[in-house]
Design a protein around this ligand. Structure first.
Ligand SMILES: N[C@@H]1[C@@H](O)[C@H](O)[C@@H](COP(=O)(O)O)O[C@@H]1O
Length: 242
């Protein structure tokens, strides 16, 4: 595990964008695993700026997002599809057919999860996976539990996650209670993983995921066992690291 502790959120975003951009420059047909949440927004803005300056070309890139809410139409502004289109995809030259998110509106969850895994495999696996982290150390939507799913699966969101994510919705009741998420195995199969975190609200999760132990109640802790894992955090998120 490599850890970069940056002065602030802006520096976290800049370093992450440079790492992601290098991946695409060195391998223009990279398969990128992407994440939602507020944390990666700064990194996406940096990547858009690089694209506009002609420094980076996404035309051969394929993307797979970590997760999508269950039964939230993609037209809803809070769907992760809408988030990704508005925050990144509409501003760069990635091809629409190369963009993948789990279909939360599927009639057959089991089939959708299986297909998603197949599609990742067919694309050659994920070269670089970007992650944020939940306040309870979830990654994707793999919530703390006694058992964690290896493959893409449907998950029940914890009350904490529903509360955390309610800031984007009009009411807490509008937050979907379930999501389809890549599993821990799907994430760990990525050749490289980077995780971004910023702010004091993530300090406990960062402490617990870097303490040398793997604990399913701290889903992100498994990343310590990945051979090419980079943590990019700001001082506030790092303040409880021992
Ligand atoms: N499913 C997403 C995660 O992928 C993300 O890491 C987390 C943290 O979000 P934020 O970056 O807004 O704190 O939120 C959601 O629950």
């Amino acid at each position: 595990m490599k850890i970069y502790i940056e002065e602030n959120y802006e520096k976290v975003s800049k370093r992450a964008a440079l790492i992601m951009a290098s991946q695409v420059v060195l391998k223009p047909d990279s398969v990128l695993g992407l994440a939602t949440g507020s944390t990666p927004i700064g990194m996406y803005e940096e990547l858009i700026a690089m694209y506009k300056r002609g420094e980076i070309d996404f035309s051969n890139v394929t993307t797979f997002n970590l997760d999508e809410y269950y039964k939230l139409p993609i037209e809803n502004e809070n769907s992760y599809y809408s988030f990704m289109m508005n925050t990144l995809f509409n501003h760069i030259n990635v091809k629409k057919e190369n963009i993948h998110l789990p279909n939360g509106m599927t009639e057959s969850v089991e089939e959708e999860c299986k297909n998603y895994e197949e599609k990742i495999k067919k694309a050659g696996g994920i070269d670089m996976q970007l992650l944020g982290i939940g306040g309870n150390a979830h990654i994707g939507f793999n919530e703390p539990a006694d058992k964690l799913s290896v493959d893409t699966n449907i998950v029940d969101l914890t009350q904490k996650t529903i509360k955390d994510n309610s800031r984007f919705f009009d009411n807490e009741e509008d937050v979907p209670k379930k999501a389809i998420s890549m599993g821990i195995g799907s994430i760990m199969k990525a050749k490289k993983i980077i995780l971004l975190a910023s702010g004091e609200g993530k300090a406990e999760a960062i402490r617990d995921m870097t303490n040398g132990y793997i604990n399913t109640q701290v889903p992100a802790s498994i990343l310590q066992a990945h051979p090419d894992f980079t943590l990019i955090i700001d001082k506030d998120a790092a303040k409880l690291i021992k």
